[in-house]
Design a binder for this molecule. Sequence first.
Ligand code: AMP
Ligand code: ZN
Length: 115
Amino acid sequence: MENCLFCKIVRKEIPSRTVFEDDAVLAFYDVNPQAPVHILVIPKTHRGGFLEMKEKEDPSLEGYLMSVIRKIAREKGLDQKGFRLVINQGSDGGQTVFHLHYHLLGGRAMAWPPG
Ligand code: AMP
Ligand code: ZN
């Protein structure tokens, strides 16, 4: 998508601090971290959000995203004390960038319920 911020990051038109990258997935540090570890994990193919994933084509991509997140969580040591994995969907969810992303947050105790 031409004007999507995260598509621009995928195309390297906007710099980011890459954590992991392959043909299908990019993970990079959030520019405004909400925890000592705050990593965004995205599919490289544009999807507007969680609800915009395609029922027939995308389940394997979703499974792969989860396996990448698990690998990153272990690599960053978040398997020791845990982490939070968040999808913000739509206005009530607080979504501001309309390209599917998972927030991987760790390195501190998280409040519950979230604000
Ligand atoms: P959300 O509110 O769930 O849509 O999350 C969007 C996230 O993208 C926020 O946590 C922002 O801090 C983050 N963000 C916005 N621009 C950038 C950028 N250029 N590089 C890294 N993260 C960004
Ligand atoms: Zn996009």
